[in-house]
Design a binder for this molecule. Structure first.
Ligand SMILES: Cc1cc2nc3c(=O)[nH]c(=O)nc-3n(C[C@H](O)[C@H](O)[C@H](O)COP(=O)(O)OP(=O)(O)OC[C@H]3O[C@@H](n4cnc5c(N)ncnc54)[C@H](O)[C@@H]3O)c2cc1C
Length: 395
């Protein structure tokens, strides 16, 4: 697809551009969900609106948007189509690793410029056969010889793997390295082959097309991030994942509540002078939504305050807060959408009414297992054995 070339000054505000995309995503959301197909129209629109590289710093040609601004874009899209928004969020999480850790590496800086020019879509291959969702261990290893690398991975989940322009792959640093001594490598389309190993016929998030593949890749050793993956995970990837996922889930929950409100208001119009039975639950669910929003915003504020302090980003207290953000927003989102369904009743349960929340309900169930909450809580419980949690209101 030929992309219009525009300078930053010629572009409209990012949120305005995202609303154009959201309208397209909403139009195709039911079909994307039903057929479990890639949201091609919305992703093409994201590229046409030049929203893929918005987080890339201005010195590399991007718009240098903050994480809060990108989170808001994820929320706008999440209100239209959960799958499309999750694709966008996962892409931005990968972009954030380049922004935080690629600036000093000539290859990665060049790749960021390429991302801006080509509006690349980035995917992620962390999950691995035999390891599951344990991000901080790998079985596969990158092998470097004469300035070139080879890397093979049994990647059991790569969302939109077939549609990505590049994949960021975690692996052991070398064939002799320990499982937790990891690197991350950028492999571009053309550097790799994907042989499909598993399908993606799921309850929700069907449009993410998160199939499993045997990934076989090779390339220039410079494509390996210079920093160990432990640093990348602690200092950017975990926080940006939990914040941007939370922003998507908030978008899904907000749209379900908007539908519940429309339902209650329609009921009120039918019987002027009386308060519909769902009104009380609506008040309750709006309070829950506000609580969820506060958690996501507090997470971003906490992250941005720690950004220039690597010791703070790697601290136990920070890790506990980011873990908690993921667990609480995933749980809150599911509670909110369930509430919205109770308010809308059969009209919400049906798939063909303006008040339907079935897709929202199915999409939001993925939140608890997208890196299992149990795995995260177990990690937090270990951290709490060796540290005090923060009891201040402002830190
Ligand atoms: C919509 C969606 C998109 C995704 N996209 C990608 C992607 O693009 N790339 C990618 O790499 N991955 C992706 N994933 C995978 C995701 O990141 C996790 O790896 C995956 O959800 C974990 O799957 P699992 O439950 O099989 O594995 P595990 O995390 O291994 O968990 C298996 C079971 O063991 C339990 N368990 C595991 N460890 C513990 C523990 N320490 N304490 C208590 N219980 C534990 C869990 O509760 C769970 O029931 C995606 C997942 C989803 C839902």
């Amino acid at each position: 697809m030929a992309l219009p070339s525009r300078t930053i000054e010629e572009l409209r505000a990012p949120a305005e551009r995202m609303r154009v995309v959201a309208e397209i995503a909403a139009r195709h959301s039911a079909e994307v969900d039903r057929e479990g197909r890639f949201p091609r129209e919305a992703i093409d629109a994201l590229k046409a609106e030049r929203l893929m590289a918005v987080m890339i710093p201005k010195r590399f040609g991007g718009e240098g948007l903050s994480l809060l601004e990108v989170a808001e874009l994820c929320t706008i899209l999440g209100q239209a189509c959960g799958s499309t928004a999750m694709v966008y969020a996962m892409h931005q999480i990968k972009a954030s690793s380049l922004v935080s850790h690629g600036g000093e590496s000539q290859w990665h800086a060049g790749f960021m410029r390429e991302m801006v020019a080509e509006q690349h879509l980035l995917a992620s291959a962390t999950t691995e056969g035999g390891i599951g969702g344990d991000l901080r261990n790998s079985i596969c290893a990158v092998d470097v010889k004469d300035g070139r690398f080879t890397l093979e991975k049994d990647a059991t989940v790569i969302s939109y793997g077939l549609y990505a322009d590049a994949i960021l792959v975690t692996c052991r640093r070398a064939p002799e390295a320990q499982s937790s001594d990891q690197s991350m490598v950028v492999v571009r389309r053309g550097d790799y082959t994907l042989a499909k190993t598993t399908g993606w016929d799921t309850l929700g998030m069907r449009g993410t097309c998160s199939e499993g593949f045997r990934l076989v890749s090779s390339g220039d050793a410079a494509q390996i991030f210079p920093q160990p993956f432990s640093e990348i995970a602690a200092q950017s990837m975990l926080s940006t994942s939990h914040i941007l996922w939370g922003a998507v889930w908030f978008g899904i929950a907000a749209d379900a509540v908007a539908r519940a409100q429309a339902y209650v208001r329609a009921a009120a119009r039918k019987q002027p002078g009386s308060v519909p039975p769902g009104a009380l639950r609506l008040a309750e669910v709006v309070a829950m939504l506000q609580d969820m929003k506060a958690s996501v915003v507090a997470g971003v504020v906490r992250y941005e305050a720690a950004l220039d302090r690597p010791d703070e980003l790697s601290s136990i207290g920070f890790a506990v807060e980011m873990n908690n953000l993921k667990v609480t927003t995933s749980q809150r989102g599911a509670q909110i959408v369930t509430h919205a369904m109770l308010i809308t009743g059969l009209s919400g349960y049906k798939n063909d009414t303006p008040f339907s929340v079935g897709r929202h309900l199915r999409d939001i169930t993925s939140a608890a297992i997208m890196i299992s909450n149990d795995r995260i809580l177990s990690n937090t419980s270990n951290l709490l054995l060796v540290s005090r949690f923060d009891t201040s209101l402002v830190n």
